[in-house]
Design a protein around this ligand. Structure first.
Ligand code: GDP
Ligand code: MG
Length: 332
């Protein structure tokens, strides 16, 4: 009996310590991102001149921005990027109103990612592809946030560097965003014509989803991976509430107005920033669409068992940060 009491006491003390550590860390991060935005140095690798760094609060200059976080992607990036460029250039040649940029965020890679990315800039020009170098590794979430904050599009798409989603699927997200934006606009301003607005000014988000593939995946995966996945879903549900079945898919699109609001608030820097996006969309009443996309498992994933403690840590931080009011929400 004494032994049991000691174990319970130890457990409770441990929980208390974890709670205090989480509170202190949430407090420490309470205003990160929101206050000071470091200036990013962008360089044209052909002329070697600095180019002005755009900001999400500037008016849009392009129709579509693609933001690609890249960490040690020397091997996987080239094929995916080439396919993406073929699609974008083909579309631009058919449609005079279509303009685009690709923003590769090199997140402190220690392989040849930067060299490979700059080769693409030389090939396609700095107006079409640019590289944001982060220096030291900051995490997928932070890399995407930086890319979003310095993009020029009316619509902004984040996508993984390994080409796991078919690039043409962006049209599914884009079409649904347009449909919802038209509706939102006519509710806001019933007198306006259907085409009488800029898509970048209406707030809408579209989450690519692999939820439709879940049954097949469940059947083919090891039981402990399924167990972990279900557990993760439960924790996400508790942290952000219901709304999106697959929060983690690396293919999401935002209008400029939605991205400005969301990414000037996001605190989480690694794997769970997507969950914070869901949480923030709800807080801001930004419509969230969940849209099925094609997905191929590309070998070389950087998510592993060691990512799990970090995910739980981030979700705990988020819950404490917002629930205690330490993380303030800014109306950018
Ligand atoms: N910025 C950043 N991106 C990362 C990091 N780890 C992975 N990524 C990027 O996140 C994307 C998805 O990574 P991946 O390993 O394929 O994950 P999975 O497809 O979910 O298993 C890729 O574009 C990676 O380059 C990291 O530490 N920092
Ligand atoms: Mg992948």
């Amino acid at each position: 009996m004494d032994f049991l009491v000691t174990v319970v006491e130890l457990g409770l003390s441990l929980l208390l310590i974890v709670f205090f550590v989480v509170v202190i860390e949430a407090w420490r991060r309470r205003n990160s991102n929101v206050s000071v935005e470091t200036v990013i140095a962008l360089e044209d690798p052909i002329s070697l001149k600095q180019i002005p760094c755009p900001h999400i609060s500037d008016p849009a200059e392009k129709y579509l921005s693609l933001i690609v976080p890249a960490y040690n992607e020397e091997q996987r990036l080239p094929a995916a990027l080439e396919e993406t460029m073929v699609y974008l250039q083909d579309r631009a040649s058919r449609d005079k109103n279509f303009s685009f940029e690709v923003v590769i965020v090199d997140d402190g890679s220690v392989d040849g990612t930067k060299r490979v990315a700059l080769d693409f800039v030389r090939k396609y020009t700095v107006d079409n592809i640019r590289v944001i170098p982060l220096g030291k590794n900051q995490g997928k979430g932070e890399a995407i946030r930086k890319g979003m904050m310095h993009s020029r599009g009316e619509l902004l798409l984040m996508l993984d560097a390994d080409g796991a989603t078919k690039i043409t699927d962006l049209e599914r997200l884009e079409n649904q965003i347009h449909a919802v934006a038209r509706e939102e606009n006519s509710i806001r301003d019933p007198a306006s014509k259907h085409t009488d607005f800029r898509i970048g000014d209406v707030q809408v988000s579209a989450f690519g989803s692999r939820a439709h593939l879940e049954e097949k995946a469940l059947a083919s995966r090891k039981w402990y991976r399924n167990f972990l996945m279900k557990g993760f879903h439960l924790v996400v549900l508790m942290a952000a509430g219901p709304g999106i079945r697959d929060t983690q898919c690396g293919f999401k699109m935002f209008t400029r107005a939605a991205a400005r609001r969301l990414f000037s608030n996001v605190h989480l820097k690694r794997w769970c920033f997507d969950v914070e996006l869901v949480f923030l969309c709800k807080r801001f009443n930004i419509p969230m669409l969940e849209i099925s996309v094609n997905w191929s498992e590309i070998p070389g994933s950087k998510v592993n068992m060691l990512s799990i403690p970090n995910m739980l840590w981030e979700l705990a931080l988020m819950s404490v940060g917002y629930r205690t009011g330490m993380w303030k929400i800014h109306n950018a």
